[in-house]
Design a protein around this ligand. Structure first.
Ligand SMILES: C[S@@+](CC[C@H](N)C(=O)[O-])C[C@H]1O[C@@H](n2cnc3c(N)ncnc32)[C@H](O)[C@@H]1O
Length: 487
């Protein structure tokens, strides 16, 4: 089973032999002055160690390396600006991660937007310098700085760092042990048979479940005989799906990452074209139900809302640092909250007194502006808006829409389930755009061929939940499934 990760990763194996920690960074990530200063410090350190008769770099270079890593994170330069939003973009440093997945002896790695620290154990004849050179040439799109920092570390140090990577990734290190301890994951799959039937699972067909979640859709695809590549950015979901679908391990490949990078993630795994893609957009029930994930205003928890716990910006970051106008825009655009300006103003007043750190604190602030009317809690729309902003949900959907068709074989199907109008509008617009053979404009004498024409609509109208499904799962009432087929 595969598990490409854009975040920190650790294999379950503990180090035993000769281990190296390698720090690589992109050439543009540091200014020449910073690099010169760092190289000077490094030369001095090595000279001091040589004079003192200290063999091996143990610890000293690592400390210097940490400084460099911090520097390189501060000094992100264009065109790395996409990093901030997307976590670590697979297309760049993450391309190295994809290569590393196949490297025997890989123990752990950590990525920043413009650097990678890799812990590896030498297992064969190949020396560390040759190994690093091979990683560099295997990622030709990246301009690696020519002097990576290579440090020998003891097995104990390696084990410690491996463990810290595991912790940094939250549950991101998908180990078998974690699966054993995975908490129960209750998510009722919406439009289960409708969505899966649309992708026609069968032996030999390769399907992508871009939102693996608890594996409800994937399970049906696997039962149909298909090979499934399941993507999720939430380590808890990946663990739950792996546990639930253990019986299909030979046909299930679980990929850690954001579906906005689906094309790169899958191509890095050697997959060029597939028979179907399903995305069941949005959050899973456990994400909302577990107070510590910070999605719910009903239970006290940290104001977090990140589906990927390693993503750079939490809801608290936005609430405590965004300008008042940005906050108001988020609440209006993603929550259609009419009181967006008043709520944003109150948030800014309150955070001047003390940081807003919990879900209930924010919910109370909003309730103070917007008294409760009817059944809906006054914070409902604001929480939805913040969640969409934290996870850049519409941006990720747009990116998936723009690349999905390129991943499909001719005749391959693209199915998307959405839960609110903003998402459905994006899907409908895109599907209309690529299924129209011709386009017409009032100023043109006749319609012209549509250069984007690449698919046909499988469902003219969106498929919605049946009465029976609605009775069993009221959450399904806003679900809409749209499907197209590549020509
Ligand atoms: C509605 S749940 C999917 C449930 C799944 N179909 C099932 O039946 O169990 C959505 C899942 O997609 C994941 N997700 C949402 N946006 C994502 C993104 N941009 N990239 C990767 N995973 C994402 C969430 O973490 C969540 O686990």
């Amino acid at each position: 089973m595969s598990s490409a990760a854009t975040e920190s990763h650790a294999t379950p194996a503990a180090p035993a032999g000769t281990c190296y920690k390698v720090l690589m960074w992109e050439a543009g990530a540091l200014t020449t002055e910073q690099l010169n200063a760092w190289q000077h410090a490094r030369r001095e350190l090595l000279a001091r160690m040589r004079d003192a008769g200290i063999k091996g770099a143990r610890g000293n270079l690592a400390r210097l390396g940490e400084e460099l890593r911090e520097l390189s994170q501060q000094a992100v330069v264009a065109p790395l600006d996409t990093c901030a939003q997307a976590g670590f973009p697979l297309a760049r440093v993450g391309a190295l991660a994809a290569k590393l997945q196949r490297e025997e002896g890989l123990l752990a790695y950590r990525l920043t937007p413009c650097s990678a620290t890799v812990l590896v154990e030498l297992t064969g004849e190949e020396g560390i310098d040759s190994l690093v050179a091979r990683w560099c040439t295997a990622t030709p799109d990246l301009q690696w700085c020519s002097t990576p920092l290579v440090e020998a570390v003891s097995a104990a140090e390696a084990a410690e760092w491996q463990e810290s990577c595991r912790n940094a990734a939250g549950a991101g290190a998908d180990t078998e042990a974690d699966e054993e301890n995975a908490p129960e994951f209750h998510h009722v799959t919406v439009l289960r048979s409708e969505a899966v039937e649309a992708l026609q699972p069968a032996e030999g067909r390769v399907l992508v479940d871009a939102t693996l979640g608890g594996g409800g859709h994937s399970e049906l695809m696997l039962q149909g005989g298909a090979t499934v590549w399941g993507i999720d950015q939430d380590p808890a979901a990946r663990r739950a799906a792996r546990k639930r679908l253990a019986a299909y391990a030979d046909r299930l490949h679980i990929v850690a990452g954001n579906f906005r990078n689906a094309a790169e993630l899958l191509r890095a795994e050697g997959l060029e074209a597939v028979d179907g893609i399903l995305a069941d957009i949005g959050i899973s029930s456990p994400q909302v139900d577990q107070a510590e994930r910070g999605f719910s205003f009903l239970a006290e928890g940290p104001l977090d809302m990140r589906m990927n716990p390693a993503a750079p910006r939490s809801a608290a970051d936005i609430v405590n640092t965004a300008a008042e106008s940005e906050l108001a825009d988020i609440l209006w655009q993603y929550g259609e909250e009419r009181a967006s300006r008043a709520i944003a103003r109150r948030i800014v007043q309150e955070r001047a007194k003390a940081p807003i750190t919990t879900t209930t604190q924010l919910a109370d602030i909003i309730a103070g502006v917007l008294p409760r009317k009817g059944k809906q809690h006054p914070a409902t729309r604001s929480f939805q808006a913040l969640r969409i902003a934290v996870n850049d949900e519409l941006g990720a959907l747009d990116a998936l829409l723009e690349t999905g068709l390129s991943l499909l074989k001719s005749g391959g199907r693209f199915a998307i389930i959405t839960f609110h109008s903003l998402e459905d509008r994006a899907v409908k617009r895109y599907f209309d755009r690529v299924t129209r053979p011709e386009i017409d404009r009032p100023e043109w004498p006749a319609p012209r061929p549509n250069p984007e024409y690449a698919a046909r609509q499988v469902t003219r109208k969106p498929i919605v939940a049946s009465e029976a499904e609605l009775a069993a799962n009221p959450r399904a009432r806003s679900a809409k499934l749209r499907v197209i087929e590549k020509l």
